[in-house]
Design a protein. Structure first.
Length: 91
């Protein structure tokens, strides 16, 4: 899974038929202190995340394991909105 921040939305009026009705979000990976990493991924939003929220993204076959994405041409899915991180400095 990737820990990331939603930084934007992709609007595509013409897309593959099986993607109709799916919200596509741009997610930038973040470190444990929420500082930005480089890069981004476009992910289907399965949980209703908004811009600025910290989320968990899965990729590959795991991205197709939701009711929304089952059998769809999807490689990344937002699976959770993160409320809080508890990180031990000893780990």
């Amino acid at each position: 899974m990737i820990l990331g921040r939603v930084i934007g939305t992709v609007w595509a009026t013409r897309k593959e038929e099986r993607l109709q009705g799916m919200k596509l979000q741009i997610v930038r990976p973040v470190n444990l202190d929420y500082s930005d990493k480089s890069g981004f991924v476009v992910a289907v939003d399965a949980v209703g995340a908004g811009v600025g929220e910290i989320v968990l993204v899965v990729q590959g076959s795991s991205a197709r394991q939701t009711a929304l994405t089952d059998g769809k041409p999807v490689d990344a899915t937002i699976m959770a909105i993160v409320d809080k991180l508890d990180v031990s400095e000893e780990a």
